[in-house]
Design a binder for this molecule. Sequence first.
Ligand code: NAD
Length: 491
Amino acid sequence: DTLESANGYLTSHESNPPRLHHFIDGYFGNNSESGKWIESINPRSGKLLLQIPSGTVTDVDRAVDAASRAFPAWSKTSRQERSQVLIRISDILNEQKELFAVWESIDQGKTLARARVEVERAVSNFRYFATYILHEEGAVRYVDGQPSTLTYENRSPLGVFGLISPWNMPLYLLTWKIAPCIAFGCTGVAKPSEVTSITAFLLCEVFRQAKLPVGVMNLVFGDGPGTGSALVKSPRVRGVSFTGGTSTGIRIRQDTVADIGKHLSLELGGKNPTLVFDDVELTKAVPLAARAAFENSGQICLCGSRIYVQRAVYGKFLPALAEYVQTHYKLGETMGPVVSREHYMKVRSYLVQAWEENAVFHTGELPDEAPQQGFWITPTVLSGLNTDSRVMREEIFGPVVTVCVFDTEEEAIALANDNPNGLASIVMTNDLARMRRVGECIDSGLVWVNCWLVRELGTGFGGMKASGTGREGGAFSRDVFTNLRTLHVSH
Ligand code: NAD
Protein backbone atom coordinates (compact mmCIF):
# COMPACT_ATOMS: atom_id res chain seq x y z
CA ASP A 1 0.00 0.00 0.00
CA THR A 2 2.81 2.40 -0.82
CA LEU A 3 4.03 3.76 -4.11
CA GLU A 4 7.10 1.56 -3.75
CA SER A 5 4.94 -1.54 -3.46
CA ALA A 6 2.70 -0.41 -6.34
CA ASN A 7 5.88 -0.01 -8.36
CA GLY A 8 7.10 -3.39 -7.16
CA TYR A 9 3.81 -4.93 -8.21
CA LEU A 10 4.21 -3.55 -11.72
CA THR A 11 7.76 -4.85 -12.10
CA SER A 12 7.65 -8.20 -10.34
CA HIS A 13 5.69 -10.28 -12.84
CA GLU A 14 8.36 -11.21 -15.37
CA SER A 15 6.55 -14.12 -16.96
CA ASN A 16 3.05 -13.22 -15.93
CA PRO A 17 2.05 -9.68 -16.95
CA PRO A 18 0.68 -7.61 -14.06
CA ARG A 19 -2.93 -6.52 -14.06
CA LEU A 20 -4.21 -3.11 -13.05
CA HIS A 21 -7.36 -2.80 -10.92
CA HIS A 22 -10.10 -0.22 -10.69
CA PHE A 23 -9.84 2.20 -7.78
CA ILE A 24 -13.29 2.61 -6.27
CA ASP A 25 -14.21 3.95 -2.82
CA GLY A 26 -10.55 4.15 -1.86
CA TYR A 27 -9.75 0.54 -2.69
CA PHE A 28 -8.19 -1.27 -5.60
CA GLY A 29 -10.91 -3.68 -6.64
CA ASN A 30 -10.29 -7.27 -7.56
CA ASN A 31 -10.89 -8.51 -11.06
CA SER A 32 -13.24 -6.63 -13.25
CA GLU A 33 -16.70 -8.08 -13.08
CA SER A 34 -16.52 -8.83 -16.83
CA GLY A 35 -13.43 -10.96 -16.35
CA LYS A 36 -12.14 -9.45 -19.59
CA TRP A 37 -8.75 -7.81 -19.89
CA ILE A 38 -7.22 -5.43 -22.39
CA GLU A 39 -3.58 -5.88 -23.38
CA SER A 40 -1.32 -2.89 -22.99
CA ILE A 41 1.70 -3.07 -25.29
CA ASN A 42 5.16 -1.58 -24.88
CA PRO A 43 5.54 0.72 -27.90
CA ARG A 44 9.34 0.39 -27.95
CA SER A 45 9.32 -3.40 -28.27
CA GLY A 46 5.82 -4.30 -29.41
CA LYS A 47 5.64 -6.77 -26.51
CA LEU A 48 2.95 -7.19 -23.87
CA LEU A 49 3.50 -4.85 -20.90
CA LEU A 50 0.48 -5.50 -18.72
CA GLN A 51 -3.27 -6.01 -18.75
CA ILE A 52 -5.95 -3.58 -17.75
CA PRO A 53 -9.51 -4.45 -16.77
CA SER A 54 -12.20 -3.88 -19.35
CA GLY A 55 -14.58 -1.91 -17.14
CA THR A 56 -18.25 -2.78 -17.54
CA VAL A 57 -21.43 -0.77 -16.99
CA THR A 58 -21.60 -2.34 -13.51
CA ASP A 59 -18.01 -1.30 -12.71
CA VAL A 60 -18.80 2.25 -13.83
CA ASP A 61 -22.01 2.24 -11.75
CA ARG A 62 -20.09 1.17 -8.66
CA ALA A 63 -17.63 4.00 -9.19
CA VAL A 64 -20.42 6.53 -9.79
CA ASP A 65 -22.13 5.24 -6.60
CA ALA A 66 -18.94 5.88 -4.64
CA ALA A 67 -18.56 9.38 -6.09
CA SER A 68 -22.25 10.14 -5.42
CA ARG A 69 -21.95 9.03 -1.78
CA ALA A 70 -18.83 11.14 -1.30
CA PHE A 71 -20.28 14.26 -2.93
CA PRO A 72 -22.51 15.73 -0.15
CA ALA A 73 -19.69 15.86 2.40
CA TRP A 74 -16.94 16.86 -0.04
CA SER A 75 -18.99 19.64 -1.60
CA LYS A 76 -19.39 21.15 1.89
CA THR A 77 -15.71 21.10 2.87
CA SER A 78 -14.00 24.45 3.21
CA ARG A 79 -11.76 25.73 0.45
CA GLN A 80 -8.90 25.62 2.94
CA GLU A 81 -9.48 21.90 3.54
CA ARG A 82 -9.64 21.05 -0.16
CA SER A 83 -6.57 23.15 -0.81
CA GLN A 84 -4.59 21.24 1.82
CA VAL A 85 -5.50 17.86 0.33
CA LEU A 86 -4.44 19.08 -3.12
CA ILE A 87 -1.15 20.40 -1.76
CA ARG A 88 -0.49 17.01 -0.12
CA ILE A 89 -1.19 15.27 -3.45
CA SER A 90 1.16 17.62 -5.29
CA ASP A 91 3.89 17.15 -2.68
CA ILE A 92 3.76 13.34 -2.83
CA LEU A 93 3.66 13.40 -6.62
CA ASN A 94 6.62 15.76 -6.60
CA GLU A 95 8.62 13.47 -4.29
CA GLN A 96 7.90 10.53 -6.59
CA LYS A 97 8.19 12.33 -9.89
CA GLU A 98 11.02 10.21 -11.26
CA LEU A 99 9.02 7.02 -10.70
CA PHE A 100 6.08 8.53 -12.59
CA ALA A 101 8.31 9.82 -15.40
CA VAL A 102 9.96 6.43 -15.90
CA TRP A 103 6.59 4.65 -16.15
CA GLU A 104 5.13 7.32 -18.42
CA SER A 105 8.08 6.90 -20.74
CA ILE A 106 7.78 3.09 -20.78
CA ASP A 107 4.02 3.10 -21.27
CA GLN A 108 3.65 5.86 -23.87
CA GLY A 109 7.02 5.59 -25.62
CA LYS A 110 7.94 9.23 -25.00
CA THR A 111 11.51 10.12 -24.10
CA LEU A 112 12.33 10.30 -20.42
CA ALA A 113 13.14 14.01 -20.82
CA ARG A 114 9.67 14.67 -22.23
CA ALA A 115 8.02 12.54 -19.52
CA ARG A 116 9.82 14.52 -16.82
CA VAL A 117 8.44 17.79 -18.19
CA GLU A 118 4.91 16.40 -18.20
CA VAL A 119 5.11 15.05 -14.64
CA GLU A 120 6.36 18.47 -13.46
CA ARG A 121 3.35 19.97 -15.16
CA ALA A 122 1.06 17.46 -13.46
CA VAL A 123 2.46 18.59 -10.09
CA SER A 124 1.75 22.20 -11.15
CA ASN A 125 -1.84 21.33 -12.05
CA PHE A 126 -2.53 20.30 -8.45
CA ARG A 127 -0.62 23.26 -6.99
CA TYR A 128 -2.33 25.75 -9.25
CA PHE A 129 -5.90 24.75 -8.37
CA ALA A 130 -4.99 24.24 -4.69
CA THR A 131 -4.16 27.92 -4.45
CA TYR A 132 -6.61 29.27 -7.03
CA ILE A 133 -9.60 28.41 -4.86
CA LEU A 134 -8.19 30.39 -1.94
CA HIS A 135 -8.21 33.61 -3.94
CA GLU A 136 -11.58 33.65 -5.62
CA GLU A 137 -13.28 37.02 -5.68
CA GLY A 138 -16.89 38.08 -5.87
CA ALA A 139 -18.86 41.29 -5.74
CA VAL A 140 -22.14 42.35 -4.18
CA ARG A 141 -23.81 45.40 -5.69
CA TYR A 142 -27.10 47.24 -5.82
CA VAL A 143 -29.42 46.67 -8.74
CA ASP A 144 -29.34 49.81 -10.87
CA GLY A 145 -32.04 52.23 -9.70
CA GLN A 146 -33.19 49.96 -6.84
CA PRO A 147 -31.13 50.87 -3.76
CA SER A 148 -32.92 48.35 -1.55
CA THR A 149 -32.10 45.38 -3.76
CA LEU A 150 -28.72 43.71 -3.67
CA THR A 151 -27.51 41.29 -6.29
CA TYR A 152 -24.65 38.81 -6.18
CA GLU A 153 -23.48 35.57 -7.67
CA ASN A 154 -23.07 32.33 -5.80
CA ARG A 155 -21.62 29.07 -7.03
CA SER A 156 -21.95 25.49 -5.97
CA PRO A 157 -20.11 22.36 -7.08
CA LEU A 158 -22.01 20.67 -9.88
CA GLY A 159 -21.83 17.06 -8.69
CA VAL A 160 -20.22 13.88 -9.97
CA PHE A 161 -18.00 14.28 -13.03
CA GLY A 162 -16.79 11.88 -15.70
CA LEU A 163 -13.18 12.70 -16.62
CA ILE A 164 -11.87 11.08 -19.79
CA SER A 165 -8.39 11.53 -21.21
CA PRO A 166 -6.31 10.40 -24.21
CA TRP A 167 -2.98 8.56 -24.46
CA ASN A 168 -0.61 11.25 -25.67
CA MET A 169 0.12 13.06 -22.37
CA PRO A 170 -1.55 10.65 -19.96
CA LEU A 171 -0.80 11.96 -16.47
CA TYR A 172 -0.63 15.61 -17.42
CA LEU A 173 -4.04 15.68 -19.14
CA LEU A 174 -5.79 13.54 -16.54
CA THR A 175 -4.54 15.72 -13.66
CA TRP A 176 -5.64 18.83 -15.60
CA LYS A 177 -9.16 17.47 -15.02
CA ILE A 178 -8.82 15.78 -11.64
CA ALA A 179 -7.24 18.80 -9.90
CA PRO A 180 -10.02 21.33 -10.68
CA CYS A 181 -12.71 18.69 -10.14
CA ILE A 182 -11.56 18.12 -6.55
CA ALA A 183 -10.67 21.77 -5.97
CA PHE A 184 -14.12 23.10 -6.86
CA GLY A 185 -15.83 20.57 -4.58
CA CYS A 186 -16.95 17.98 -7.13
CA THR A 187 -16.30 14.27 -6.98
CA GLY A 188 -15.51 12.14 -9.97
CA VAL A 189 -14.83 9.00 -11.89
CA ALA A 190 -11.80 9.23 -14.15
CA LYS A 191 -11.08 6.97 -17.08
CA PRO A 192 -7.62 7.18 -18.60
CA SER A 193 -6.92 5.91 -22.10
CA GLU A 194 -6.83 2.13 -22.35
CA VAL A 195 -3.55 2.54 -24.26
CA THR A 196 -1.72 4.27 -21.37
CA SER A 197 -3.18 3.57 -17.92
CA ILE A 198 -0.14 3.02 -15.69
CA THR A 199 0.47 6.49 -14.25
CA ALA A 200 -3.26 6.86 -13.48
CA PHE A 201 -3.04 3.62 -11.49
CA LEU A 202 -0.02 4.93 -9.56
CA LEU A 203 -1.81 8.23 -8.95
CA CYS A 204 -4.53 6.38 -7.00
CA GLU A 205 -1.85 5.38 -4.50
CA VAL A 206 -0.95 9.07 -4.14
CA PHE A 207 -4.61 9.81 -3.36
CA ARG A 208 -4.54 7.23 -0.59
CA GLN A 209 -1.33 8.56 0.90
CA ALA A 210 -2.61 12.13 0.72
CA LYS A 211 -5.77 11.01 2.57
CA LEU A 212 -8.13 12.21 -0.09
CA PRO A 213 -11.47 11.16 1.42
CA VAL A 214 -12.73 7.85 0.12
CA GLY A 215 -14.87 8.06 -3.01
CA VAL A 216 -13.94 11.63 -3.93
CA MET A 217 -11.93 10.41 -6.92
CA ASN A 218 -12.39 6.96 -8.41
CA LEU A 219 -10.72 5.40 -11.43
CA VAL A 220 -12.10 2.86 -13.82
CA PHE A 221 -10.04 1.36 -16.58
CA GLY A 222 -11.28 0.21 -19.94
CA ASP A 223 -11.91 1.20 -23.53
CA GLY A 224 -14.03 3.99 -24.98
CA PRO A 225 -17.07 2.27 -26.47
CA GLY A 226 -17.57 0.13 -23.34
CA THR A 227 -16.31 1.90 -20.23
CA GLY A 228 -16.06 5.53 -21.41
CA SER A 229 -19.47 5.48 -23.01
CA ALA A 230 -21.12 4.02 -19.87
CA LEU A 231 -19.56 6.81 -17.81
CA VAL A 232 -20.68 9.58 -20.14
CA LYS A 233 -24.23 8.25 -20.35
CA SER A 234 -24.75 7.74 -16.62
CA PRO A 235 -27.58 10.09 -15.56
CA ARG A 236 -25.89 10.62 -12.20
CA VAL A 237 -22.82 12.02 -13.92
CA ARG A 238 -23.59 15.75 -14.02
CA GLY A 239 -20.67 16.83 -16.15
CA VAL A 240 -18.10 15.43 -18.53
CA SER A 241 -14.65 16.83 -19.16
CA PHE A 242 -13.23 15.06 -22.19
CA THR A 243 -9.96 15.37 -24.08
CA GLY A 244 -9.47 13.27 -27.18
CA GLY A 245 -10.30 12.96 -30.86
CA THR A 246 -12.96 15.04 -32.60
CA SER A 247 -15.02 12.03 -33.73
CA THR A 248 -15.18 10.81 -30.11
CA GLY A 249 -16.19 14.31 -29.01
CA ILE A 250 -19.06 14.28 -31.51
CA ARG A 251 -20.13 10.87 -30.22
CA ILE A 252 -20.11 12.11 -26.60
CA ARG A 253 -22.17 15.12 -27.56
CA GLN A 254 -24.71 12.90 -29.27
CA ASP A 255 -24.80 10.54 -26.30
CA THR A 256 -25.57 13.39 -23.87
CA VAL A 257 -27.72 15.66 -26.02
CA ALA A 258 -30.96 14.92 -24.15
CA ASP A 259 -29.42 15.61 -20.75
CA ILE A 260 -29.57 19.39 -21.14
CA GLY A 261 -28.10 20.30 -17.75
CA LYS A 262 -25.02 18.11 -18.10
CA HIS A 263 -21.90 20.26 -18.42
CA LEU A 264 -19.73 19.27 -21.35
CA SER A 265 -16.18 20.39 -21.90
CA LEU A 266 -14.66 18.95 -25.07
CA GLU A 267 -10.98 19.42 -25.91
CA LEU A 268 -10.51 17.84 -29.32
CA GLY A 269 -8.10 17.42 -32.22
CA GLY A 270 -6.10 19.93 -34.24
CA LYS A 271 -4.33 20.40 -37.57
CA ASN A 272 -2.33 23.38 -36.54
CA PRO A 273 -0.65 25.81 -38.94
CA THR A 274 2.82 27.30 -38.48
CA LEU A 275 3.27 30.53 -40.44
CA VAL A 276 6.85 31.60 -41.15
CA PHE A 277 7.20 35.17 -42.48
CA ASP A 278 10.25 36.32 -44.44
CA ASP A 279 11.57 38.68 -41.75
CA VAL A 280 12.48 35.86 -39.34
CA GLU A 281 15.94 34.58 -38.48
CA LEU A 282 16.09 31.03 -39.81
CA THR A 283 18.44 29.96 -37.02
CA LYS A 284 15.52 30.53 -34.66
CA ALA A 285 12.58 29.69 -36.92
CA VAL A 286 13.84 26.29 -38.06
CA PRO A 287 14.40 24.77 -34.57
CA LEU A 288 11.09 26.17 -33.35
CA ALA A 289 9.14 24.80 -36.33
CA ALA A 290 10.89 21.42 -35.92
CA ARG A 291 10.15 21.20 -32.22
CA ALA A 292 6.52 22.19 -32.76
CA ALA A 293 6.20 19.46 -35.38
CA PHE A 294 8.10 16.58 -33.77
CA GLU A 295 7.92 16.94 -29.98
CA ASN A 296 6.58 13.68 -28.52
CA SER A 297 6.83 12.23 -32.05
CA GLY A 298 4.20 14.67 -33.26
CA GLN A 299 1.68 13.26 -30.80
CA ILE A 300 0.60 16.48 -29.10
CA CYS A 301 -2.73 18.01 -30.07
CA LEU A 302 -0.93 21.37 -30.32
CA CYS A 303 1.79 20.26 -32.76
CA GLY A 304 2.26 22.48 -35.79
CA SER A 305 1.76 19.96 -38.57
CA ARG A 306 1.23 22.31 -41.55
CA ILE A 307 4.08 24.73 -42.13
CA TYR A 308 3.56 27.68 -44.50
CA VAL A 309 6.65 29.69 -45.44
CA GLN A 310 6.81 33.06 -47.21
CA ARG A 311 8.36 32.79 -50.66
CA ALA A 312 11.53 34.82 -50.03
CA VAL A 313 12.74 32.37 -47.36
CA TYR A 314 11.04 29.17 -48.54
CA GLY A 315 14.06 28.04 -50.62
CA LYS A 316 16.37 28.25 -47.63
CA PHE A 317 13.90 27.16 -44.95
CA LEU A 318 12.98 23.78 -46.43
CA PRO A 319 16.49 22.25 -46.73
CA ALA A 320 17.48 23.81 -43.39
CA LEU A 321 14.47 22.17 -41.73
CA ALA A 322 15.24 18.78 -43.30
CA GLU A 323 18.85 18.98 -42.17
CA TYR A 324 17.92 20.09 -38.67
CA VAL A 325 15.44 17.24 -38.29
CA GLN A 326 17.96 14.68 -39.52
CA THR A 327 20.60 15.82 -37.05
CA HIS A 328 18.42 16.49 -34.01
CA TYR A 329 15.65 13.90 -34.08
CA LYS A 330 17.15 10.43 -33.69
CA LEU A 331 14.89 7.46 -33.10
CA GLY A 332 15.63 5.83 -29.77
CA GLU A 333 17.63 8.82 -28.56
CA THR A 334 15.81 12.12 -28.86
CA MET A 335 12.63 10.63 -30.27
CA GLY A 336 10.41 7.74 -29.26
CA PRO A 337 8.12 5.47 -31.27
CA VAL A 338 4.44 6.18 -31.85
CA VAL A 339 2.15 4.80 -29.17
CA SER A 340 0.60 1.65 -30.65
CA ARG A 341 0.37 -0.68 -33.62
CA GLU A 342 -3.03 0.76 -34.51
CA HIS A 343 -1.65 4.29 -34.47
CA TYR A 344 1.43 3.22 -36.45
CA MET A 345 -0.88 1.87 -39.17
CA LYS A 346 -2.89 5.10 -39.16
CA VAL A 347 0.18 7.33 -39.54
CA ARG A 348 1.56 4.97 -42.19
CA SER A 349 -1.66 5.19 -44.20
CA TYR A 350 -1.15 8.97 -44.54
CA LEU A 351 2.43 8.45 -45.66
CA VAL A 352 1.27 5.94 -48.29
CA GLN A 353 -1.27 8.50 -49.45
CA ALA A 354 1.44 11.20 -49.64
CA TRP A 355 3.62 8.80 -51.64
CA GLU A 356 0.79 8.07 -54.07
CA GLU A 357 0.21 11.80 -54.48
CA ASN A 358 3.88 12.24 -55.41
CA ALA A 359 4.83 14.26 -52.36
CA VAL A 360 8.54 14.98 -51.93
CA PHE A 361 9.99 13.21 -48.87
CA HIS A 362 12.76 15.56 -47.66
CA THR A 363 13.36 13.30 -44.67
CA GLY A 364 11.71 10.03 -43.70
CA GLU A 365 10.49 7.06 -45.69
CA LEU A 366 7.52 4.72 -45.89
CA PRO A 367 7.42 2.66 -42.70
CA ASP A 368 7.24 -1.14 -43.03
CA GLU A 369 3.78 -2.55 -43.44
CA ALA A 370 4.26 -4.83 -40.44
CA PRO A 371 6.36 -3.28 -37.69
CA GLN A 372 8.85 -5.85 -36.42
CA GLN A 373 10.01 -4.46 -33.12
CA GLY A 374 8.15 -1.50 -31.72
CA PHE A 375 6.30 1.22 -33.58
CA TRP A 376 9.09 3.40 -34.92
CA ILE A 377 8.45 6.01 -37.60
CA THR A 378 11.22 8.28 -38.90
CA PRO A 379 10.40 12.01 -38.67
CA THR A 380 9.09 12.97 -42.07
CA VAL A 381 9.13 16.35 -43.83
CA LEU A 382 6.91 16.51 -46.92
CA SER A 383 6.27 19.08 -49.63
CA GLY A 384 4.51 19.20 -52.98
CA LEU A 385 1.01 18.26 -51.79
CA ASN A 386 -2.20 19.98 -52.89
CA THR A 387 -4.11 21.94 -50.28
CA ASP A 388 -7.08 19.58 -50.65
CA SER A 389 -5.00 16.45 -49.94
CA ARG A 390 -6.19 14.46 -46.90
CA VAL A 391 -2.58 14.59 -45.70
CA MET A 392 -2.89 18.38 -45.59
CA ARG A 393 -6.39 18.51 -44.12
CA GLU A 394 -6.70 15.71 -41.53
CA GLU A 395 -4.98 15.32 -38.19
CA ILE A 396 -2.24 12.67 -38.54
CA PHE A 397 -0.97 12.97 -34.96
CA GLY A 398 2.43 11.53 -35.77
CA PRO A 399 5.95 12.60 -36.83
CA VAL A 400 4.85 14.04 -40.17
CA VAL A 401 4.88 17.67 -41.26
CA THR A 402 3.96 19.28 -44.59
CA VAL A 403 5.63 22.43 -45.91
CA CYS A 404 4.06 24.88 -48.42
CA VAL A 405 4.82 28.32 -49.76
CA PHE A 406 2.78 31.55 -49.54
CA ASP A 407 3.19 35.09 -50.86
CA THR A 408 1.09 37.58 -48.91
CA GLU A 409 -0.12 38.00 -45.35
CA GLU A 410 -3.74 37.64 -46.49
CA GLU A 411 -2.91 34.38 -48.22
CA ALA A 412 -1.16 33.09 -45.08
CA ILE A 413 -4.21 33.83 -42.94
CA ALA A 414 -6.54 32.22 -45.48
CA LEU A 415 -4.38 29.08 -45.64
CA ALA A 416 -4.17 28.88 -41.85
CA ASN A 417 -7.95 29.14 -41.52
CA ASP A 418 -8.72 26.77 -44.38
CA ASN A 419 -9.26 23.75 -42.13
CA PRO A 420 -12.17 22.41 -40.07
CA ASN A 421 -10.01 22.46 -36.92
CA GLY A 422 -9.05 25.50 -34.88
CA LEU A 423 -7.01 24.44 -31.87
CA ALA A 424 -3.64 26.18 -32.09
CA SER A 425 -1.40 28.12 -34.44
CA ILE A 426 2.12 29.46 -34.53
CA VAL A 427 3.16 32.75 -36.12
CA MET A 428 6.82 33.58 -36.67
CA THR A 429 7.66 37.19 -37.50
CA ASN A 430 9.64 40.06 -36.01
CA ASP A 431 7.10 42.70 -37.05
CA LEU A 432 5.07 43.69 -34.01
CA ALA A 433 2.15 45.11 -35.99
CA ARG A 434 1.97 41.93 -38.04
CA MET A 435 2.11 39.75 -34.94
CA ARG A 436 -1.14 41.33 -33.83
CA ARG A 437 -2.74 41.65 -37.27
CA VAL A 438 -2.20 38.01 -38.11
CA GLY A 439 -2.49 36.64 -34.59
CA GLU A 440 -5.90 38.21 -34.10
CA CYS A 441 -7.28 36.87 -37.39
CA ILE A 442 -6.50 33.20 -37.01
CA ASP A 443 -9.42 31.01 -36.00
CA SER A 444 -7.70 29.03 -33.27
CA GLY A 445 -8.19 28.98 -29.52
CA LEU A 446 -4.45 29.35 -28.95
CA VAL A 447 -2.01 31.47 -30.95
CA TRP A 448 1.70 31.36 -30.23
CA VAL A 449 3.84 34.13 -31.70
CA ASN A 450 7.56 33.24 -31.89
CA CYS A 451 7.06 30.51 -29.29
CA TRP A 452 5.18 27.25 -28.77
CA LEU A 453 3.62 25.24 -25.95
CA VAL A 454 3.87 28.11 -23.51
CA ARG A 455 1.09 27.80 -20.95
CA GLU A 456 -0.17 30.03 -18.21
CA LEU A 457 -2.66 27.95 -16.26
CA GLY A 458 -5.07 30.80 -15.56
CA THR A 459 -5.69 31.57 -19.23
CA GLY A 460 -8.28 29.81 -21.36
CA PHE A 461 -7.25 26.60 -23.07
CA GLY A 462 -9.37 25.07 -25.82
CA GLY A 463 -10.27 25.13 -29.46
CA MET A 464 -12.47 26.87 -32.00
CA LYS A 465 -14.48 25.15 -34.76
CA ALA A 466 -14.15 21.35 -34.72
CA SER A 467 -11.43 21.50 -32.03
CA GLY A 468 -13.84 21.70 -29.17
CA THR A 469 -16.49 23.24 -27.00
CA GLY A 470 -15.63 25.40 -24.01
CA ARG A 471 -12.35 26.34 -22.39
CA GLU A 472 -10.44 25.06 -19.38
CA GLY A 473 -7.95 26.80 -17.05
CA GLY A 474 -8.44 29.15 -14.07
CA ALA A 475 -11.93 30.66 -14.04
CA PHE A 476 -12.86 28.68 -17.15
CA SER A 477 -12.38 25.44 -15.21
CA ARG A 478 -14.42 26.91 -12.35
CA ASP A 479 -17.27 27.44 -14.84
CA VAL A 480 -17.02 23.82 -15.97
CA PHE A 481 -17.14 22.36 -12.45
CA THR A 482 -19.62 24.68 -10.73
CA ASN A 483 -23.20 25.88 -11.11
CA LEU A 484 -23.82 29.58 -11.02
CA ARG A 485 -26.86 31.17 -9.43
CA THR A 486 -27.50 34.91 -9.39
CA LEU A 487 -29.37 36.20 -6.36
CA HIS A 488 -31.44 39.37 -5.95
CA VAL A 489 -32.17 40.24 -2.35
CA SER A 490 -34.66 43.00 -1.49
CA HIS A 491 -34.99 44.42 1.98
P1 NAD B 1 -9.79 9.07 -28.51
O1 NAD B 1 -10.86 10.06 -28.78
O2 NAD B 1 -9.74 7.83 -29.30
O3 NAD B 1 -9.83 8.60 -26.99
C1 NAD B 1 -9.78 9.52 -25.93
C2 NAD B 1 -10.45 8.90 -24.71
O4 NAD B 1 -11.83 8.73 -24.97
C3 NAD B 1 -9.91 7.51 -24.34
O5 NAD B 1 -9.87 7.40 -22.94
C4 NAD B 1 -10.99 6.60 -24.92
O6 NAD B 1 -11.06 5.36 -24.28
C5 NAD B 1 -12.25 7.41 -24.69
N1 NAD B 1 -13.38 7.11 -25.57
C6 NAD B 1 -13.36 6.61 -26.83
N2 NAD B 1 -14.63 6.46 -27.29
C7 NAD B 1 -15.46 6.90 -26.32
C8 NAD B 1 -16.88 7.02 -26.20
N3 NAD B 1 -17.70 6.65 -27.18
N4 NAD B 1 -17.39 7.52 -25.05
C9 NAD B 1 -16.57 7.92 -24.05
N5 NAD B 1 -15.22 7.82 -24.10
C10 NAD B 1 -14.67 7.32 -25.23
O7 NAD B 1 -8.43 9.89 -28.63
P2 NAD B 1 -6.95 9.32 -28.50
O8 NAD B 1 -6.63 8.58 -29.76
O9 NAD B 1 -6.76 8.65 -27.20
O10 NAD B 1 -6.12 10.69 -28.44
C11 NAD B 1 -5.71 11.40 -29.54
C12 NAD B 1 -6.64 12.57 -29.84
O11 NAD B 1 -6.75 13.42 -28.70
C13 NAD B 1 -6.12 13.46 -30.95
O12 NAD B 1 -7.18 13.77 -31.81
C14 NAD B 1 -5.63 14.69 -30.22
O13 NAD B 1 -5.62 15.87 -31.00
C15 NAD B 1 -6.60 14.78 -29.11
N6 NAD B 1 -6.07 15.60 -28.02
C16 NAD B 1 -6.63 16.82 -27.77
C17 NAD B 1 -6.12 17.63 -26.77
C18 NAD B 1 -6.70 18.98 -26.46
O14 NAD B 1 -6.42 19.49 -25.39
N7 NAD B 1 -7.51 19.57 -27.32
C19 NAD B 1 -5.06 17.17 -26.01
C20 NAD B 1 -4.51 15.91 -26.29
C21 NAD B 1 -5.04 15.14 -27.29
